[in-house]
Design a protein around this ligand. Structure first.
Ligand SMILES: NC(=O)c1ccc[n+]([C@@H]2O[C@H](COP(=O)([O-])OP(=O)(O)OC[C@H]3O[C@@H](n4cnc5c(N)ncnc54)[C@H](OP(=O)(O)O)[C@@H]3O)[C@@H](O)[C@H]2O)c1
Length: 314
């Protein structure tokens, strides 16, 4: 993918899409096709086909998705499964119809089976039951992965899928902190407790439950790396390989926010399972995450202090 390449970032206004746009611009790529949802609804096949025929992108980053947590999966399962299937179908098929050179599809670590062995290797996909709470979303996204693989097999296309772990980082300037529920909630609680000088902060969850957090700018770097170097149909994990317990994470955020009170843990009814991806494959290709968690968390908090009103946005 050279600097003159014509590149379509589907979902460029989103958390991941905007990080990919930043990374592409840093590299000097200027022929970017960026269309807001108000101008191009990716669920509309005719609009998507028209765009591809008119613009003839050479590379596609498919980050657009109807994303939602457990609540959205419970309340709007039909929207999640339909919208994601439509977006993926339209973009992948239009890429094939117009001979796009390469497409990168965004999967997610949450698509692995609920009880997958940790750390989760790529071949664990579809080896067990999914997390029920996210099933409509996961089924749609897995269909996207399978669609890329089927097109590669039948039509010799080059469509690859990255499977990022939990992300954190900053969104664009008029939006807020974007992070997994755990991280965003911790920042919010410690920040509020510091401001209000509260004697303790209550944290819901098991203090030894482990997670992994990848800075969104590292994910964007990995996506460009994979677009340049990865040619396999098999999905590929993107993570840090570094696990952090809830207790360690809480202590880090306590220190960063300057909170002086106590931390009280309240056990969760159902302990959260560890969700860590195995990154041997991407490391073997020569990529590793660059932004250390402490450094990333500090930069996020510095931004939060400058934009306090946005802290609760996500
Ligand atoms: N965030 C994470 O922690 C995380 C972790 C692992 C994997 N991922 C994966 O990364 C991908 C992107 O996630 P994200 O966090 O960047 O989500 P996001 O911030 O919600 O971004 C999704 C983007 O897709 C756009 N979009 C949705 N429906 C559309 C439609 N019908 N037409 C055109 N554009 C549409 C949205 O536009 P509007 O904003 O205008 O609706 C938004 O710009 C997803 O596949 C997700 O599974 C994310």
């Amino acid at each position: 993918m050279n600097r003159d390449a014509k590149i379509f970032v589907a979902g460029h206004g989103g958390f991941v899409g905007s990080a990919i746009v930043r990374a592409l611009r840093q590299r000097g790529c200027s022929r970017l096709i960026l269309k807001p949802k108000s101008e191009l609804d990716l669920r509309d096949a005719l609009q998507v086909q028209y765009l591809f025929r008119k613009e003839q992108p050479e590379y596609v980053f498919l980050t657009a998705a109807h994303v939602g947590g457990s609540e959205a999966n419970r309340e709007r399962p039909a929207d999640l499964i339909r919208d994601n299937l439509m977006i993926q179908h339209n973009v992948i098929d239009a890429s094939y119809q117009t001979s796009v050179k390469k497409l990168l599809f965004l999967g997610s670590a949450c698509l692995y089976p609920k009880h997958a062995t940790q750390p989760m290797k790529e071949h664990a996909l579809l080896t067990g039951a999914l997390e029920e709470a996210n099933e409509p979303y996961s089924i749609a996204k897995i269909a996207g992965i399978k669609m890329c693989q089927a097109y590669n097999k039948q039509y010799q296309t080059r469509y690859i899928t990255a499977m990022p772990t939990k992300l954190y980082g900053l969104h664009h300037p008029n939006d807020g902190l974007h992070a997994s529920n755990t991280l965003a909630a911790l920042f919010q609680r410690f920040h509020e407790a510091t401001q209000r000088k509260l004697p303790h902060v209550e944290i819901l969850g098991s203090r030894e439950s482990k997670s992994e957090f990848l800075h969104v700018d590292d994910l964007a770097d990995a996506c460009l790396f994979l677009m340049d170097r990865y040619e396999d149909s098999e999905i590929i994990n993107v993570g840090t390989g570094i696990e952090v317990t809830l207790r360690e994470l809480a202590e880090k955020i306590k220190a960063i926010t300057g909170y002086l009170g106590e931390i009280v843990y309240t056990a969760h009814a159902e302990a959260e399972a560890d969700r860590i991806v195995d990154i041997a494959k991407i490391n073997g290709l020569g990529w590793q995450a660059d932004i250390k968690l402490d450094e990333g968390l500090r930069s996020v908090y510095a931004w939060v202090l400058r934009n306090e009103s946005l802290l609760t946005k996500h």
